[in-house]
Design a protein around this ligand. Structure first.
Ligand SMILES: Cc1cc2nc3c(=O)[nH]c(=O)nc-3n(C[C@H](O)[C@H](O)[C@H](O)COP(=O)(O)OP(=O)(O)OC[C@H]3O[C@@H](n4cnc5c(N)ncnc54)[C@H](O)[C@@H]3O)c2cc1C
Length: 400
C-alpha cells in the first residue's frame, strides 16, 4: 500500500458517495470521488431525513449547518384524498428530539449536497473529480483500478460503487439485474410557499392517502418551499430518472377527483418530473474482494418509508467505521460493512414495498372505510411498531 491508510476510490458523488467520502476523510483516509456529472448539483427536490439520518449527519459534524437551511416539521398529518379530513399522526418537532435525540428534518436536496461537498473539499480540496464517468473496475494484484470513460485508470486500495440505482460498478461486479415495474409512478415538484394559502403554508408534513395513489408534501429550505410528491398507480411509463419532465395537465389527470389542495400544489409547481418506481429483490451480497457498493447501487427501495437517502448516509458512515477498524485487511472491512448493513437495509426495502399497500388501500375509497382504516393502520401504536426501529438506529453504536 502506498499510504499508511488505504486509498479509497468512490464511484458517484451523490448523497451516499459524498457521505462515505466525508466520513473516511475525517478518519484520515486518502479518498477520491469520481462523479459523471460536469457540475455537482442535486435535483431541486426534497428529501426527508428521519432522526437516524440526522444522528449520522451529526456524527459527521454537518448537522448544524444543515439545520440552518432545512426545516424541522412540527408534526405529521394524514389527509383523506377527497374530503380533506385530517388526522394528526405524530409530533415530529420537540417530540422527535426528546424521543430520539435528533430532529426529523425536511431538506432541499441541493442544500444537503452543497454542505457535503463543501465539507469534503475542506478535508481535501481536490477530492472530487467531475466529468468522470466510471465504466469499470479491475483487480490489479493487491490493488484495484477504477476505469474511467476517457480511457484513464486510477489505482487505489478499495473501490466503492456509490453510483446510484443504475450502478455501473454493480453491473461489473454482479451482472445485469432484474427490475420489475411496481405499477406506480412518482410525480415530483417544488412549490413556492408564498404561493400557497395559509392553511397549507405550514411547517407540517402531510400524507394524503387515497385509492390507487398518495401525495406527500412538506416544507423545505427554511420554509420558503413546499415539496410535492404524488405517487399514483398507472402504467405506460417505465423510466427511472430524476430529470424527465411531464406536464401539469398529465399530473392533474392522474389525481382527478382529489381534493383541491392537492391540485393547488400541482398547479403551483413550475416543473413536474416523473419517475417510474421499480422494485428489485434485495441483493444477497454486494461485496467482492476489494470492491463494494452502497446506497441505491445495492439496495434501491421504493420511497414509502423515506429511507433511501438515509440508508446511503448510514452506509457511508458504517463503511468508514469498518475500514478504520480493519485498515490492513480491506476485504474483511468490506465484508463486515456488508454484514452490518444487510439485514437492516433488506428490512427497509421489504417494509417500503409493504407500506405502498398501506398507502394505497382500497378501503380509502369510501369515507367510512377510510376512517376505520386510518384509525387502525395509523394509530400511534401501529406507527411506533413501523418506525421506532428505523429512527433509533445509531451509526456510532451499531455492531460492526
Ligand atoms: C420520489 C422519491 C422520493 C424519495 N424520498 C426520499 C426521502 O424522503 N428520504 C430518503 O431518505 N430517501 C428518499 N428517496 C430515495 C433517495 O433519493 C435515494 O435513495 C438516494 O438519492 C440514494 O443516494 P445514492 O447516493 O445512493 O444515489 P444517487 O443519489 O442516485 O447518486 C448517485 C451518483 O452517482 C453518479 N453516477 C451514476 N453513475 C455513474 C458513473 N458510471 N460514474 C460516475 N458517477 C456516476 C450520479 O450522477 C449521482 O451523482 C426518494 C426517492 C424517490 C424516487
Amino acid at each position: 500500500m502506498g499510504h499508511s491508510k488505504p486509498h479509497v476510490l468512490i464511484a458517484g458523488g451523490g448523497i451516499g458517495g459524498l457521505s462515505a467520502a466525508l466520513a473516511l476523510l475525517q478518519r484520515g483516509f486518502e479518498v477520491d470521488v469520481y462523479e459523471q456529472a460536469a457540475r455537482l448539483e442535486e435535483v431541486g427536490a426534497g428529501v426527508q431525513l428521519s432522526p437516524n439520518g440526522a444522528r449520522a449527519l451529526h456524527a459527521m459534524r454537518v448537522l448544524e449547518a444543515l439545520e440552518r437551511l432545512s426545516c424541522t416539521t412540527e408534526g405529521k398529518e394524514v389527509r383523506h384524498w377527497k374530503t380533506g379530513e385530517t388526522w394528526n399522526l405524530f409530533d415530529l418537532g420537540a417530540e422527535a428530539i426528546e424521543r430520539y435525540g435528533f430532529p426529523y428534518l425536511t431538506v432541499w436536496r441541493p442544500d444537503l449536497l452543497e454542505i457535503l461537498t463543501a465539507r469534503v473539499r475542506r478535508e481535501k480540496p481536490d477530492a472530487i473529480h467531475l466529468d468522470s464517468r466510471c465504466v469499470g473496475y479491475a483487480r490489479n494484484g493487491e490493488r484495484v483500478s477504477l476505469l474511467l470513460a476517457d480511457g484513464s485508470e486510477v489505482l487505489g486500495d478499495a473501490v466503492i460503487g456509490a453510483d446510484g440505482v443504475h450502478s455501473q460498478i454493480r453491473r461489473v461486479l454482479f451482472g445485469a439485474e432484474e427490475a420489475k415495474f411496481s405499477g406506480m409512478i412518482a410525480w415530483r415538484g417544488v412549490v413556492s410557499m408564498a404561493a400557497l394559502p395559509p392553511h397549507m403554508a405550514r411547517m407540517v408534513g402531510t400524507n394524503w392517502v387515497g385509492p390507487g395513489g398518495h401525495v406527500v408534501h412538506y416544507p423545505l429550505h427554511r420554509g420558503e418551499l413546499m415539496n410535492f410528491v404524488g405517487i399514483v398507480e398507472r402504467s405506460g411509463w417505465l423510466v427511472e430518472s430524476w430529470s424527465t419532465q411531464g406536464s401539469a395537465e398529465e399530473c392533474a389527470a392522474d389525481f382527478t377527483g382529489w381534493h383541491e389542495d392537492v391540485h393547488r400544489l400541482i398547479g403551483g409547481a413550475p416543473s413536474l418530473y416523473k419517475w417510474a418506481l421499480m422494485v428489485r429483490k434485495p441483493m444477497e451480497r454486494w461485496t467482492i474482494g476489494l470492491a463494494t457498493l452502497l446506497g441505491d447501487a445495492c439496495h434501491p427501495t421504493l420511497p414509502m418509508l423515506a429511507q433511501g437517502a438515509v440508508m446511503a448516509i448510514e452506509d457511508g458512515f458504517i463503511l468508514a467505521r469498518c475500514l478504520e477498524r480493519w485498515p490492513g485487511d480491506i476485504a474483511t472491512a468490506l465484508t463486515r460493512y456488508e454484514r452490518a448493513r444487510s439485514e437492516r437495509t433488506r428490512a427497509i426495502v421489504l417494509g417500503s414495498a409493504a407500506n405502498s399497500r398501506r398507502f394505497h388501500n382500497p378501503a380509502l375509497a369510501d369515507p367510512v372505510g377510510a376512517n376505520e382504516y386510518l384509525d387502525r393502520e395509523w394509530s400511534r401504536a401501529a406507527i411506533t411498531v413501523r418506525y421506532e426501529w428505523l429512527f433509533t438506529y445509531d451509526v456510532l453504536g451499531a455492531e460492526i
